[in-house]
Design a protein around this ligand. Sequence first.
Ligand code: ZN
Length: 205
Amino acid sequence: MLLLPQIEHNFSYNKPYMSIDLSSFPKPTFVDWSSGLLEGEAIEQSRKTLGQLAGLFHDREAWSRMDPEIEVYKVRFWRPVPDGKTGGLFWGATTLNPGRVGDEYFMTHGHFHSLRDRAELYATISGEGALLLMDQESQTCSQTMTPGSVHYIPGNVAHRVVNTGSIPLVFVASWPSDAGHDYQKIRDTGFSKRMVARDGVPCLI
Ligand code: ZN
C-alpha cells in the first residue's frame, strides 16, 4: 500500500482578498504548433530589416552592400495584460531568417531586460541556431537551439538568437509583462562574442 504524506493546506480564509472580475480575463489566442505562428485579433507584429540593424554586424562594408529592405526577423506577440504590469506574462513567436552579413550569421538585436532581474523562456519550433547569453560582466556563452529545445534565460543576462542553419529559425518565448527591453546597452557595447562561419561551420569567436 502506498502511504501518501499528509499535506496540510494552510490557507488563511480570514485575509482580505482581491475580488476578480471573471469577465475581464483575456480571451485565448492560438498558436500553430507546426509553424509556431500566432493567430488571433490581439496579435501584434514587429519586423526588423537589415537597414534597421545598422551597426549590429561587425562587417560594415558587407552590410552596406546589401539591400537594407531584406527582412532579418519578425516577432508576433501577444500582450494579454498592459505593458509594464507587475505579475503578468507575455507570449511571442520569432521567425529569424537564414543569411549572413560577411561571415556573420543573421541574428536578433539582443537585449537586457529593463528590469534586469526578469527571466524569460525560449522554446525552439524549427530550424537550427544558437542562443547567446551574456552576463553583466560581458561573459558570453551559447546554447544550441534545435527543434524542441527549451531555454531558461536567467535575469541579469542579455540574450540574442543567431540562425546558423539554412531555413528560418522559429522559436516561441514567454516573458514577464514588466520586464521591458533595454536595446541601448547592446547598441553601445554589443556582445563580447560573435557567431561566424569558419569553413561553413558556426564558430563563436
Ligand atoms: Zn528578453
